[in-house]
Design a protein around this ligand. Structure first.
Ligand SMILES: [Zn+2]
Length: 183
């Protein structure tokens, strides 16, 4: 895994010909948070005002309280813009956490990243566990040495969706790098 200093030097413009899905080499880029939002609970409040889903909020609060992985800084939580920031015409991408490919510079949002090697997605699993693109890119991230956590409703943990996630990572030889947490 590459360090954040390398990410900072990345050219931000995506290349015309991106890598195929599942072949990116992603590194994590954290946002610079507004004053006060270093405190993760303040960050969650801003997430709420920016229209985050209850599932995303529950996932964040769970990680602040108990870990796996532990959220200790607001920059570890991705969010959209608050109404005030929208009024100020801020860039809608500014407060998001990005996984950026060092080869083609394509970027994708991740919900939580407690470290450069660890990403988490909060899923209500009403519509599976993410689209095919995200699934293949998260599997690749795990194959490259990262860890991926899926937070799903407790009632679904251990059910067919959990098994589908685990089997997909197992087929890729990355089952030791995926965690499924019921909230
Ligand atoms: Zn790429």
């Amino acid at each position: 895994m590459l360090q954040l200093s390398v990410v900072d030097k990345l050219k931000k413009t995506p290349k015309a010909k991106p890598c195929p899905d599942g072949q990116h080499l992603d590194v994590i880029q954290h946002p610079q948070v507004p004053p006060g939002e270093e405190d993760p609970r303040q960050r969650v409040e801003a997430m709420r005002r920016s229209g985050a889903t209850q599932n995303e909020i529950d996932g964040a609060l769970h990680n602040i309280a108990t870990g796996t992985p532990l959220i200790t800084h607001g920059a570890m939580l991705s969010r959209g813009l608050t109404p005030e920031e929208k009024d100020a015409n801020k860039n809608g991408d500014e407060q998001k956490i990005w996984a950026v490919c060092i080869n083609c510079h394509r970027k994708r949002e991740v919900d939580h990243a407690a470290s450069p090697e660890s990403v988490a997605e909060c899923k209500d699993v009403q519509r599976g566990w993410g689209d095919a693109t995200q699934r293949s890119n998260n599997i690749k991230f795990a194959q490259d040495g990262g860890s991926v956590t899926y937070k799903i409703p407790l009632s679904r943990a251990g059910g067919p969706t959990s098994r589908a996630i685990w089997n997909a990572f197992k087929d890729a030889g990355a089952q030791s790098r995926v965690k499924i947490v019921g909230l």
